[in-house]
Design a binder for this molecule. Structure first.
Ligand SMILES: Nc1nc2c(c(=O)[nH]1)N[C@H]1C(S)=C(S)[C@@H](COP(=O)(O)OP(=O)(O)OC[C@H]3O[C@@H](n4cnc5c(=O)[nH]c(N)nc54)[C@H](O)[C@@H]3O)O[C@H]1N2
Ligand SMILES: Nc1nc2c(c(=O)[nH]1)N[C@H]1C(S)=C(S)[C@@H](COP(=O)(O)OP(=O)(O)OC[C@H]3O[C@@H](n4cnc5c(=O)[nH]c(N)nc54)[C@H](O)[C@@H]3O)O[C@H]1N2
Ligand code: SF4
Ligand SMILES: [Mo]
Length: 725
């Protein structure tokens, strides 16, 4: 779709071409790719946070290679990282502000764009109150930009209705960590994956989505003959194929499995009673709660054999150091936060936390989802402070030199609730920054209604047109990775330097510059951002705000972060002393039931629909569809179905099919018949706007984290016929 739109607009969709010269060492090489200078930076795709060197020639990024000195990746990069320079001068980049006039988006100056934006927001806020402005950001800006944006929205515009696409992603991990430990913050390090005796990966397909982490497992195997890798996933993913043991769990059987493992550990005396006594609360209640999770009961719920469940528990309980890593197979659920607490329970009752190789470790998603969590202003106040705590608000007011009563005492609406409020007419202006909800938000029909209901819709993106920017009243063209400076934090709390390589195309400006310009026009720049010119000014204030907090940046310098391949706040691992930031100083064991997922299959909609990713593509493909070598490998979506189901439906490999749910239909997808998925389940990647999986997904959200249940809903599959439009 993106390519079609661009072709229709006469935009060249080909990659730039190279001329060739002969090099005595390498044979023919492309001259256009011979770099004059190399710039150190950090990959802008996933949260592994690989260090890279970008080769530049004539203000053009011509090549990328892994930074051999970076501790995260030691010179390796995955296919997306290796081709990242191609996105910078891709034809689809947004190059000028566009304003809707008489129904059409037309080019305007920045002055006109921002003048109109502020007039519209001000009109809406005067009429409907300050919370009628809703803002959704991302996990893909630099930390300094997140900090600036949060201040601008909460204190400048005075709206509490600010959230991010991180609620579609990490929110359950954040909520689960807060419940158990009293604070967010992944306790472990990647190095733990090298030293653990047992690695349990739950709903995490690292071979596709965090490929460079796989080398940690390889290194573990080289050093430790007796280590075991167990992958819990309903599908036989590439990661499952790398494992020693794959547990093809029934969808959403995870809590039962985790409680069942706890049951066996307690029954067989494989728990650390000293650790439990000194560092946790709630054990008696927990032990009696999991008594019901007998191997027999858990086998029924999970579809795994009793023997497998007992074996898994014994491997976990007997490991000297056990590591649990998880990603979206856990978080993307109405029981996401509860599942995270169940994971934390296992770590706590065996003392597998705060030691080398031992951690309950949420593998994050986007390059800087962690930076957005640290600076927050969404679910918390900056530096993991709490809206509800007067002391926290007073601390910040002192640093900011403002009255404490200007700081909100509770969070505003979460992302899905902002969308609902837009449909309900309570949020009247919406501003999306670096996210593409028309492809990524569940239940597209409701999202579309929200986009069409608001009085004014602003989309600030590095690319245009995107499926979301097509709805916009105002498009603000933004600089992206490779064009701006600041820091990203990866999954292991490592803060790394991000550097500009080239200047942004056309009139595109960095998000930071756009925020400051808006602050100036709003009349709050001098108060909120005094004398700020660059992201380094934001960094300096953020250092003061984070000082003494868990995510303390006060001793970091940009130069040191660049030279040393980043630094981890909190050191190698958190909670080494077993003291947790809860009221009692102890971690809390939660007793969580395992509930059936919300939309169970029935006769009419007889399949469980699962969605996820593939290594070649990044989310909604605004970037990777522009990289020929990635897009040509996987140009279209597909649907995975088990041979038993295909035989019943008389479908053959590569048939074209439709996927129907109670909400809508995805039409004309290639069918792949494969044992990767179990009978009764189908899987589809969510990357493709033209066959958008979120037409059919469900608008059901975790009551605590507000994260969507992206991984299960009920669908049926029918053969596609051309006449069906
Ligand atoms: N190539 C690539 N890499 C990426 C991204 C990308 O778009 N492309 N995105 C990044 C981001 S933001 C994120 S959040 C991460 C996501 O990384 P992952 O979480 O690894 O990605 P997914 O494919 O969404 O889901 C992982 C697995 O969850 C499984 N799953 C589904 N239901 C269940 C269940 O009930 N229980 C269990 N145990 N598992 C289940 C799915 O079968 C799937 O294999 O990837 C990051 N890295
Ligand atoms: N069905 C289903 N849906 C899902 C998921 C799933 O597994 N299944 N996964 C969910 C998850 S975990 C996530 S994280 C979301 C991701 O969903 P999105 O956030 O919508 O995905 P992206 O394609 O990364 O969108 C980022 C946008 O920001 C733009 N951009 C990139 N860099 C910059 C920048 O520096 N500045 C600005 N202003 N713009 C920039 C890009 O061009 C792109 O349009 O999708 C969620 N949706
Ligand atoms: S693993 Fe992630 S951070 Fe590393 S190169 Fe690939 S996309 Fe970039
Ligand atoms: Mo994500």
């Amino acid at each position: 779709m993106l390519k079609r739109i661009r072709r229709a607009l006469g935009i060249d969709t080909r990659q730039s071409e190279y001329t060739f010269q002969r090099d005595p060492r390498f044979g023919h090489i492309a001259t256009a790719r011979v770099a004059d200078t190399w710039v150190k930076t950090t990959c802008g795709y996933c949260s592994v946070g690989c260090g890279m060197l970008v080769g530049v020639k004539d203000n053009k990024a011509v090549t990328v290679r892994g930074n051999p000195d970076h501790p995260v990746n030691l010179g390796k990069l995955c296919p997306k990282g290796l081709s990242e320079h191609h996105i910078l001068n891709a034809p689809g980049r947004a190059k000028q502000p566009l304003l809707r006039k008489d129904g059409k988006l037309v080019p305007v100056s920045w002055d006109e764009a921002l003048t109109v934006m502020l007039e519209k927001i001000s009109a809406v806020q005067q009429k409907y109150g300050s919370d009628s402005l809703g803002v959704i950001s991302t996990g893909q800006l630099v930390t300094e930009e997140f900090y600036t944006l949060g201040k601008l929205i909460q204190l400048g515009f005075g709206s509490r209705n600010y959230d991010g696409n991180t609620t579609l992603c990490m929110a359950s991990a954040v909520s689960g960590y807060k419940l158990t430990f009293g604070s967010d913050g992944p306790p472990g390090s990647y190095a733990d994956m090298e030293t653990a005796d047992l690695i349990l990966l739950i709903g995490a397909n690292i071979a596709d989505n965090h490929p460079i982490l796989c080398q940690r497992i390889e290194r573990n195997r080289q050093c430790n003959q007796n280590s075991t890798v167990i992958v819990v996933d309903p599908r036989v993913t590439k990661t499952a194929m790398m494992a020693d043991i794959h547990l093809p769990i029934k969808p959403r059987g995870d809590i039962a499995l985790l409680n069942g493992i706890a049951h066996i550990l307690i029954r067989d005396g494989l728990i650390d009673r000293d650790y439990i006594h000194q560092h946790t609360t709630g054990f008696e209640e927990f032990a009696s709660f999991v008594a019901d999770f007998t191997p027999q009961h858990v086998a029924e719920v999970t579809g795994l054999s009793e023997e497998t469940i007992v074996n898994t528990a014994h491997l976990y309980g007997k490991a000297k150091a056990a590591f649990i890593g998880w990603t979206m197979g856990v978080n993307h659920s109405t029981q996401g936060a509860a599942t995270v607490t169940a994971i934390n329970n296992l770590a706590l009752i065996t003392g597998n936390i705060g030691r080398a190789g031992a951690a309950p470790f949420s593998i994050t998603g986007q390059c800087n989802a962690m930076g957005s969590r640290e600076t927050s202003f969404t679910t918390a106040l900056p530096g993991y402070r709490k809206f509800e705590k007067a002391q926290d608000r007073e601390d910040l007011a002192r640093i900011w030199n403002i009255d404490a009563d200007r700081i909100p005492t509770s969070r505003g609406l979460a992302y899905p609730d902002i969308i609902e409020a837009a449909v309900a007419g309570k949020v009247k202006a919406l501003w999306f920054i670096a996210t593409n909800p028309a492809v990524s938000f569940p239940n597209y029909a409701l999202l579309k209604q929200a986009l069409e209901s608001v009085d004014f819709l602003i989309v600030q993106d590095g690319f245009h047109p995107t499926p979301t920017s097509e709805f916009a009243d105002l498009v603000l063209p933004a600089a992206i990775w490779g064009e701006k400076e600041g820091t990203y934090t990866n999954s292991e709390r490592r803060v790394s330097k991000v550097n500009p390589v080239v200047t942004p195309p056309g009139l595109a400006r960095s998000d930071f510059d756009i925020f400051l310009d808006i602050a100036q026009r709003l009349g709050v720049r001098d108060e909120l951002f005094p004398n700020w010119q660059t992201t380094h000014d934001a960094f300096k204030e953020w250092q003061r705000v984070s000082a003494g907090r868990m995510c303390d940046y006060s001793n970091f310098t940009w130069q040191q972060l660049e030279d040393e391949g980043g630094a981890q706040w909190g050191g190698d691992r958190l909670y080494a002393d077993g003291i947790f930031p809860t009221a009692t100083g102890k971690a809390v064991l939660y007793s969580v039931p395992c509930l059936p997922f919300v939309e169970q299959p029935n006769e009419e909609y007889n399949f469980i629909f699962n969605t996820g990713r593939t290594v070649e593509h990044w989310h909604t493909r605004t970037k990777t569809a522009e990289v020929e070598m990635l897009d040509s490998m996987v140009p279209n979506a597909w649907l995975e179905m088990n041979p038993i189901d295909a035989a019943k439906l008389e479908l053959r490999p590569h048939d074209r099919v439709n996927v129907l749910s109670r909400r809508s239909t995805v039409r004309n997808i290639e069918l792949r018949i494969t044992g990767i998925v179990a009978p009764g389940q189908v899987f589809m990647p969510f990357h493709f706007a033209e066959t958008n999986s979120n037409l059919v997904t469900l608008g059901a959200f975790d009551p605590i984290s507000r994260e969507p249940n992206f991984k299960q809903c009920a669908v049926r599959v029918e053969k596609y016929f051309k006449t069906l439009k």
